[in-house]
Structure formats: structure tokens, C-alpha cells
Design a protein around this ligand. Structure first.
Ligand SMILES: Nc1nc2c(ncn2[C@@H]2O[C@H](COP(=O)(O)OP(=O)(O)OP(=O)(O)O)[C@@H](O)[C@H]2O)c(=O)[nH]1
Length: 552
């Protein structure tokens, strides 16, 4: 893969990964901020709720507690059959009745198991007796259980069938020290309260009030409220946990409830799945009413993807811009200079050297590389040229050597044949007459035999010099082989041939202070129109041999 593609892909990947990690970190950070904010918001809201929404409820509970402390009531509760004490107590309780929100109250005494209820409809002194409680009656179980468990305060949510409203009963024990004398309290119509709660749901997806075991006491979906929690069997109870999607969420909420109870009025949070959505549950324990308030919030609502879409668009535009800039820089700094270098290296091969042209944007390292390359290529080219010149020179020399006889430095047979072929081609055009003289040394073998081979060589050299001097610039002398010479005569063929024949007896060569007389046999032939080299040679050869044998 090309360097540019690799870099672009790597850069795109790095940027995408960085973007992804930034996105995820931002989400985590944002979620952290929101959780923190929700915690603080929930804590503030509890304070607000206590003052506004929960205040009537708390006040009602406090009044019930105050009511249970009435001395006359306690005295009567100790002696429930004492009519005088009863009248005294009822006077005081009737006076108290107007302080309750519903202007009603109930008294259930342990001593006579009588249940009294006042809602101010009867003229005083009223007969408030309603019925006698019985421990076998399931409807009366609340009374016996509250006393058995010695619950100082018990809030009981129950629908009032007669009035068709949901009532919250605040049940408080009448105590004399450790002795339990009965249960008193009042009922509060919760309808308005529930509406208020739904209205102030605000940012929350749900607000649920539960008792200690998680039974739903207040919730906008009234059908899920766990009425008469105290006397119900465990499996019949409607608990907050069943609003959650999975077991993990239920366990987490249970733990959060336990933690919240340890620090009343302080919010604990826990992530749970409810209605297929990850939600943050903020839990607070309200000791005044011994309930938990659990607010559920859908965090996603605070981090909608659409809010981030513009950020994503900006990121992708930045990514594309970054890639374009990176592409241009890479081209200018790296790939274009490298392409120039590549072209130049290619030109070396084609023997048309092209120096790389770099712009000022080329990377420093590449500039250095190109500078080294230029030095190297210049030196290489110089060497190459030198080498080529030497080779040409050597080839020329070799050609020359191949065409010359090393002993006499005359044309050898190959050289002379080549020269003659060329000459005869030219002669075909010019038809300028020429001749060939064949010179063969007579009895040269005896020179070798008498004076040695080295002396024979010297003699051959001297003969060569003699022949060259004789011919001068009128022809070319060649050593045809052994002691046989051929002469191309371009002019004065007859005169030269004659001179060689005349000289043959007078050519004396002094070697090692000894005179050696050399005799030649000479045969010449003038070129004819139909001649080839072979035919011309053949004629001169024939004449020479004829001369040689005529002398013997
Ligand atoms: N020293 C020396 N001798 C050579 C060289 N080339 C050939 N010869 C000798 O030349 C002699 C040629 O002998 P032949 O061809 O018989 O000729 P010749 O002795 O001259 O006899 P004719 O030609 O019949 O007169 C041989 O003895 C070769 O050994 C050479 O380069 N140097």
C-alpha cells in the first residue's frame, strides 16, 4: 500500500478512536455531573417537600402523637370502664378534634377492645362507640399487630369505602411507660396529596413512597399502592421492587434503601432498570413518617443524542478538514519529493539523467536524502562515463591488437583481410587500379636453424621494417603468416616489385655481429575488374611460387 494511503488510513483511524474515546469520556463525565446534580436536587427537594407537600402529613402525625399523650385519655385508657374518666377524656378529645385536618379521630382501647370514632357529626357529649374489636376478625388485625409490635407510629394507607377516598391513617400507641393501653390516631384524605405529588413529578419519571419493607404507600398509580401493609401476607404485598426490570436492580435498590436508612434525610443513589430504561433512583429516608421517598429519573432525558448531533457534525467536518490538510502536507513534504527522486533514479537507467527538483516545502530529511543521492549519482555518472571511455579505448586497442602482428606490428592475416575487403569495396566505386605483391623469404628455416629462433624473430622484424620503408606511403605491408608478407600497392606496383626483386640479393641483415643475407621470392598481380580478394591473392601467390621455383 502506498505511503500516503497508509498514513491517511492510520490518521483517520487515530482521529476516529480519539473522537470515540472523547465522546465516551464526555458521556461518562456528563453522567457523573448529572448524577451529582440529581443527588443535590433530590436533597433540596426533600427539604422543600417536607415544608410544602409533606408538611400536612408530618403535622398530622405529630398531632396524633400529641393526642396520644392527652392525660385524660391515658387515665381513661387505664380504666376503660370508668364512665367519669371516659366523659372527661372525651371532652378533651372532642376539643382536640378540630386540630386534625379531617376533624376526626379514632380511639381503640386495649382494656375494653372498644373502637371509638369521632367526626363531629353528633352533639356533645357524643356516643363515639362504634364496635368492639376482636382478635379473630381480620379487619381488626391492624390493632392487635400494632400493639403486639409496639409500633409507636404506624402509617396505614387504606381506602375509605364509605367516602370513596384513600385515607392515610396515622396510628399512635397510647402508652403508660412500657404498658400499651391502646391505639389512637386520625385519617387523612390522600387524594389531594396524590394529585399534588403527580403534579410535582417534574423531572422524575416516578416518585414512590414506601415503608421500611419497600411496600408502596404512595404512588401515582393507585392500583399499586399496598393498602393495609401491616396485616398482609408477605406474598400479597405490592412492593417498589416489582416496578424494576431485573434482579440486579432489585438488589441494588434494597442495598440503597438500607444505606439511606443509616443517614436519614440524605440522598443515596443507585442505577436501576425500570420500564426498559436505565434510571437513576434517588432514595431518602424520612424519619418523621418512617417512610422512604424514592424518585426515579431517566438520565437519557438529560443526555439526548440529538443534543450531541451538532457536535458530531463538527467533529466529522474537522476530521475531513484534518485529513485534507494532512493529505496536502504529506504530498508537499513527503510524497512529491519522493516521486521526484523516483523519476530521477529512473532516468539514471535510461541514461538521460534528470536531477530531482524539490520545492521549499520538501521535508528536511528528504532534502538531505536527495542531496546525498545527487552527490552519489553525479559520482556514479562520472565513473560510468570514465568506465565507458576506458572500455571504448580498450576495445579499440583490442581491435587494433587483433588486427596487428605482435612481432612486426604489421597487419596480420585477419587485419589485412579486413583492410583489403574494405579497400576493395571502395575500389568497386573508384576503380582506381592497385596491385598485390606476395613476398616470401627463401630458406628462412635455415636462419632459425643456424642462428636460433630469437635471431629469426629479429630478422623478421628487420624484413618488416625494410618492406615498410620500401613501400612508404604507396601501400600497406602485412605479415601473411610465418615468413610470408603481402603488400597492397596503390601506385607504382611495377617499380616496387622490381625494387624488391633487385634488392633480394643485397638485403643483408646484421644480427649479433653476423651478416645474414636474405633472399625473397616476389610475385605481384594487378587487380582486374572481375577480381575478388581470393582471386587476386591467388594470382599473386601463383606468381611468387613460380618465381621461387624458377630460382631453384
Ligand atoms: N624465428 C621465427 N621463425 C618462424 C616464425 N614463423 C615461422 N617461422 C619459421 O619459418 C620457417 C618457414 O619455413 P618454410 O615454410 O619451410 O620456408 P623456408 O624455410 O623459407 O623454405 P622456402 O620457403 O621453401 O624457401 C619455419 O622453420 C618456421 O619455423 C617466427 O615468427 N619466428
Amino acid at each position: 500500500m502506498a505511503i500516503k494511503s497508509r498514513f491517511l488510513i492510520s490518521t483517520a483511524l487515530i482521529l476516529l478512536l480519539t473522537g470515540l474515546f472523547s465522546w465516551l469520556s464526555m458521556r461518562v463525565l456528563a453522567e457523573g455531573i448529572i448524577v451529582n446534580w440529581v443527588e443535590r436536587y433530590a436533597e433540596k427537594q426533600i427539604q422543600y417537600d417536607k415544608v410544602r407537600t409533606l408538611l400536612p402529613l408530618i403535622q398530622e402525625v405529630n398531632r396524633s402523637k400529641e393526642f396520644a399523650e392527652l392525660e385524660s385519655l391515658k387515665a381513661w385508657a387505664k380504666q376503660p370502664f370508668n364512665e367519669a374518666l371516659k366523659q372527661q377524656a372525651l371532652e378533651e378529645t372532642e376539643a382536640f378534634r378540630h386540630r386534625f385536618a379531617d376533624k376526626s379521630y379514632f380511639i381503640a382501647l386495649k382494656g375494653n377492645e372498644h373502637y371509638y370514632y369521632s367526626e363531629g357529626k353528633e352533639a356533645p357529649p357524643p356516643n363515639l362507640y362504634r364496635y368492639t374489636l376482636h382478635h379473630t376478625n381480620p379487619d381488626d388485625a391492624w390493632f392487635y399487630q400494632i400493639m403486639a409490635k409496639k409500633l409507636n407510629l404506624h402509617l396505614n394507607v387504606n381506602p375509605d369505602v364509605e367516602l370513596g377516598v384513600i385515607k392515610l391513617w396515622s396510628d399512635v400507641l397510647i402508652r403508660d411507660g412500657d404498658d400499651v393501653l391502646g391505639v389512637v390516631g386520625t385519617g387523612l384524605d390522600l387524594s389531594g396529596f396524590l394529585q399534588q405529588m403527580v403534579a410535582k413529578q417534574d423531572i422524575y419519571s416516578a416518585i414512590v413512597f414506601t415503608n421500611n419493607e419497600g411496600s408502596i404507600q404512595l404512588y401515582q398509580r393507585e392500583e399499586l399502592i399496598d393498602y393495609s401493609s401491616l396485616t398482609k401476607l408477605s406474598q400479597d404485598k405490592s412492593r417498589v421492587f416489582q416496578l424494576l426490570d431485573d434482579e440486579v436492580s432489585r438488589t441494588q435498590l434494597t442495598q440503597a434503601l438500607a444505606l439511606a436508612k443509616e443517614t436519614p434525610n440524605h440522598v443515596k443513589t443507585s442505577f436501576v432498570y425500570k420500564d426498559d430504561v436505565r434510571q437513576l433512583a434517588s432514595i431518602v429516608y424520612i424519619p418523621e413518617i418512617d417512610w422512604f421517598q424514592i424518585n426515579f429519573i431517566d438520565i437519557k432525558g438529560f443526555l439526548p443524542l440529538t443534543e450531541f448531533s451538532s457536535l458530531l457534525v463538527v467533529f466529522f467536518i474537522s476530521l475531513v478538514c484534518a485529513l485534507i490538510v494532512f493529505y496536502l502536507l504529506l504530498t508537499l513534504i513527503v510524497t512529491k519529493p519522493l516521486a521526484e527522486l523516483d523519476l530521477s533514479i529512473g532516468s539514471l537507467d535510461k541514461k538521460q539523467y534528470r536531477a530531482p527538483k524539490l520545492t521549499r516545502f520538501a521535508g528536511l530529511e528528504i532534502k538531505k536524502l536527495v542531496s546525498h543521492y545527487q552527490k552519489m549519482s553525479t559520482s556514479l555518472l562520472e565513473h560510468q562515463q570514465e568506465l565507458e571511455e576506458k572500455v571504448a579505448e580498450r576495445t579499440k586497442e583490442l581491435n587494433r591488437i587483433a588486427r596487428l602482428d605482435p612481432l612486426t606490428e604489421l597487419y596480420n592475416r585477419r587485419g589485412f583481410e579486413a583492410h583489403m575487403t574494405e579497400y576493395m569495396q571502395r575500389w568497386q566505386q573508384s576503380r582506381h587500379s592497385f596491385g598485390l605483391i606476395n613476398v616470401d623469404v627463401n630458406h628462412f628455416k635455415s636462419v632459425n636453424d643456424l642462428y636460433g629462433h630469437a635471431a629469426g624473430d629479429l630478422v623478421l622484424q628487420k624484413i618488416a621494417t625494410y618492406l615498410k620503408n620500401t613501400v612508404g606511403d604507396k601501400g600497406e605491408v602485412a605479415r601473411w603468416g610465418g615468413d610470408e608478407f603481402l603488400i597492397l600497392v596503390k601506385q607504382d606496383l611495377a617499380a616496387i616489385s622490381e625494387q624488391l626483386q633487385d634488392d633480394h640479393e643485397s638485403l643483408v641483415i646484421n644480427i649479433n655481429e653476423q651478416d645474414i643475407t636474405i633472399q625473397f621470392s616476389v610475385g605481384s598481380a594487378l587487380v582486374e575488374d572481375s577480381d575478388t580478394l581470393e582471386s587476386l591473392l591467388h594470382r599473386a601467390d601463383g606468381v611468387m611460387y613460380a618465381a621461387k621455383f624458377s630460382h631453384r
